[in-house]
Design a binder for this molecule. Sequence first.
Ligand code: HEC
Length: 448
Amino acid sequence: LAALFNKIFLFGYLIVFCISCNYNTEEITYAEHIAPIVNSHCIGCHQPNEGGPFNLISYNDLAKRSKMIAHVTKIKFMPPWLADPNYSQFANQNILSEEQIKLFQLWHKQGAKLGDTTKHKLKPIVLRKNNKNYLELDIEPVFIKGNHSDNFFYIKVPLEIPQDSFVRMVEFIPGKPKLVHHVNGHLILLPPDDTSNIFDTRRIVDIHSPDFEKQLKEMGLYNNPFEKRIHSAVNYLPGVRGVLYPQGIGGYPLSQKAYFVLKDIHYGPSDKDQIDSSKLRIYLGSKPPERPILETMLGTNGISKINPPLLVKAGKIQKFTTYAFIPEDISILTINPHMHLLGKSFKAFAVKPNGDTIPLVYIPKWDFRWQYYYTFKKMLKIPKGSTIFVEAIYDNTTQNPNNPYKPPRNIGERMLYGGSSMRTSDEMLQFIISYLPYKKGDENTSLQ
Ligand code: HEC
């Protein structure tokens, strides 16, 4: 019997060993294995004029960093993607499979070999191109001090066009892509009888300036409930430009007089003084969108209360929730979870009237640097009578490396322009949903 057990044990061991050693015997090369992964998962950001700190285009770019690449892919720091793919899937997701991660490890271990480029022809790498049917606006240049700290600003970008029009998409084009980390901006539409001079005001304020609130007033932001404000009209993250939905969906009107408020624009730390001159590109449509996108927001400044009210106590890990009832059938296109530096995890889901759950997004490890807008692969129907729930956990202990205060202090909400700020002394809990009134067949409409 003992001998039999021994055999079974040995046999089992051999099977497990062989599964895990599948690749160990094979030579992993750049040409055959690595280049295809890098081309589809990395160079979107790691190319000139994009946010990645260096290029990952040539064999040499990769070979000299094989150790670092093996590390950042193993710990899933790169490619940056926070949402758990086992919970929900998105059109714009960028995730490596376990097998691809393993290939990076082995490639490094085996000496980062080039391989046979005649047998495995390297595909030409397509860098980002521009087409030219847009209106381009210069954004006020921003001076960034070389003081190794993050910087946050509000910037106003006014515009005047000869006649009312339609926007299909707005792109933020960073002047210094290695420095700009993220941007979120509203578009404010002014009525035809507006006589204010939108050009002759302050254009830029530093969120951490002691005069912040006074300077906001000098910017001449209206901030009244009657103004026509298009939320999140422009968003940017390294590697992420505008979202273009299928023809006829999305877009919004553009009045003759209007302005963007970038609230906020986040610059990463710099070791030298620099000036960033970024741009906005507005892609106009020829006719009004058949199905303009609607937006709703849970939490801070939104349609639903946060329970308990958002005050994260010093030294505590706390959970906050918020929920909203959905009175009509809707089709969700894109969602955006939003917290600041104390965020730890974020989960959102809908519960249908029959009790079934529709998972929306789960971010097990929040990172405020990657404020993605998550677009579903296909429109997601949420039936009338459902409730959307959000559960957010905040970590205000010293264990949180992003905690802005040592020792920790109580941190809560504060209502500033548009209800948001990236002040380190403020927290937020928001869940923004872009949706359409449901139409039959929406659940089969691809957003890829
Ligand atoms: C969405 C844009 C984006 C994608 C996609 C991306 N990177 Fe990055 N990468 C960045 C940025 C930005 C940084 C700078 C660090 C930061 O901002 O967090 C970075 C940093 C790095 C670093 C340096 C890390 C360090 O600690 O200094 C490595 C190595 C790297 N990326 C490798 C990769 C690899 C390999 C891939 C593909 C598997 C990839 N990246 C995909 C944007 C991206």
